[in-house]
Design a protein around this ligand. Structure first.
Ligand SMILES: [Fe+2]
Length: 408
């Protein structure tokens, strides 16, 4: 059922069906979304909106006695048995926490919509030679909200990309990683927002050549490399056309390929000559690049990628990389890890504060070389058999082509 509800009566777990006002009155990127955390609720209450329509078939209802004004039947007429929609919550009870499934659904919504929006922004930037930041302010805020509610959902789903949308999907993924990393580093809300914006725009200089595959259409490898080395400057030139683009965002675009030892490009900056946001972008950009499957390469397993990055020297700021590992987990969601009992487990959840001991879905026996009935094991559980532990050096199982069960 669709109900008209005063903004003051909204609570976490409600599903907003319509904001009933123009973009100028609310600055939300999507008109339909789940209120999945305190930040989202606060943004609604601080907006100019007086009321919104909620869909009780997709989220929680008003507390007992609160009827709201019935507006129209929901398009999704048949509420599912499992949906919390038909359950009114007790006045005194705290609002229900959103489920893991809801967090993943919401993150998927953001990713599906964002790639098109980022593509439009990049193409307009190419045609008009400048960009309109207002188009993505709401998207960056939505990503920050999603990451605050469930840090792993957006960053793990964003890794999966369609070949024909790689540049835009990579931009969204780097933005999500930058936002999550900025939170881990304890940066201010303003810096978190800048990090998300910088992640979205760091590769805008590739808009004219989104597929940098060496040898594409017979193009010489040397030309592909030249275009790759020039994209930071081309991107910065586009961004400089718009005076509303913050200098920090331009700096990240220009310097996300610098290396801490001074051997990067375009300026060969070293150490703290590279801004913190650009050092963060170097880590997030590299991680997303090597873990992404492209038509010309298979992506590395995420845990294997981190293992290799931690072994590298001179490329990254190791303090920033350490914070990144704490952000995505030593074994990020979607990694396949080899356990000491010769079984393989897919990482499906993290244990906060225990990055070495995630929750895994065991699905394959290395000893017998075949799939086994799936079972979920929390490696941090004190009752977990000590022989079931991750093998220290991850292997790039992604190359093996093993059929892997879904995370959720
Ligand atoms: Fe780049």
């Amino acid at each position: 059922m669709i109900k008209k509800v005063p903004v003051s009566q909204l609570c976490i777990g409600m599903y907003v069906h319509d904001l009933g006002a123009s973009f100028l009155d609310h600055a939300f990127w999507r008109s339909r979304f789940l209120i999945h955390n305190e930040r989202k609720l606060r943004r609604l209450r601080e907006s100019k909106l007086e009321w919104v329509l909620i869909d009780t078939s997709r989220g929680v209802d008003l507390p007992t006695g609160g009827t709201g004004a019935v507006a129209a039947p929901a398009p999704q007429a048949a509420p599912s048995v499992a949906a919390p929609a038909t359950k009114a919550v007790d006045d005194a009870a705290p609002p229900p926490a959103t489920t893991e499934q809801q967090a993943f659904d919401d993150a998927k919504d953001i990713i599906d919509g964002s790639r098109e929006q980022v593509q439009q922004l990049f193409v307009e930037a190419d045609l008009a030679g400048k960009i309109d930041l207002r188009q993505i302010e709401g998207l960056v805020q939505d990503m920050a909200d999603s990451i605050e509610g469930h840090p792993d959902a957006l960053t793990s789903l964003a890794r999966i990309k369609r070949a024909d949308q790689y540049l835009y999907a990579h931009s969204v993924a780097v933005s999500a990683l930058m936002t999550a990393l900025a939170r881990t580093l304890g940066l201010s809300d303003e810096q978190v927002h800048l990090a998300g914006m910088a992640g979205l725009l760091h590769d805008i200089g590739k808009v004219r050549d989104p597929d940098e595959a060496p040898g594409k259409l017979g193009r010489p490898v040397q030309l592909a490399q030249e275009l790759q080395r020039k994209h930071p400057q081309s991107g910065a030139e586009v961004l400089r056309q718009d005076p509303s683009v913050p200098p920090e965002v331009i700096d990240v675009c220009l310097h996300h390929h610098e290396r801490i030892d001074g051997t990067g490009f375009p300026d060969g900056l070293a150490g703290e000559q590279i801004s913190l946001l650009a050092r963060m972008a170097a880590v997030c950009n590299y991680y997303d690049d090597v873990t992404s499957t492209r038509p010309f390469k298979k992506g590395w397993d995420p845990a294997f990628a981190l293992f290799k990055m931690l072994q590298s020297s001179g490329q990254f700021d190791m303090d920033v990389l350490g914070a990144f590992v704490r952000t995505v987990g030593r074994y990020p969601l979607g990694s396949i890890i080899s356990l000491t009992n010769s079984e393989l487990g897919l990482v499906v959840a993290q244990n906060p504060g225990m990055p070495e001991l995630p929750v895994v879905k065991i699905f394959y026996s290395i000893r017998w070389s075949h799939a086994i009935p799936e079972r979920r094991v929390n490696l941090a559980d004190p009752d977990c058999p000590s022989r079931v532990l991750p093998v220290v050096a991850p292997v790039d199982w992604a190359q093996s082509g093993l059929p892997v069960p879904p995370i959720i």
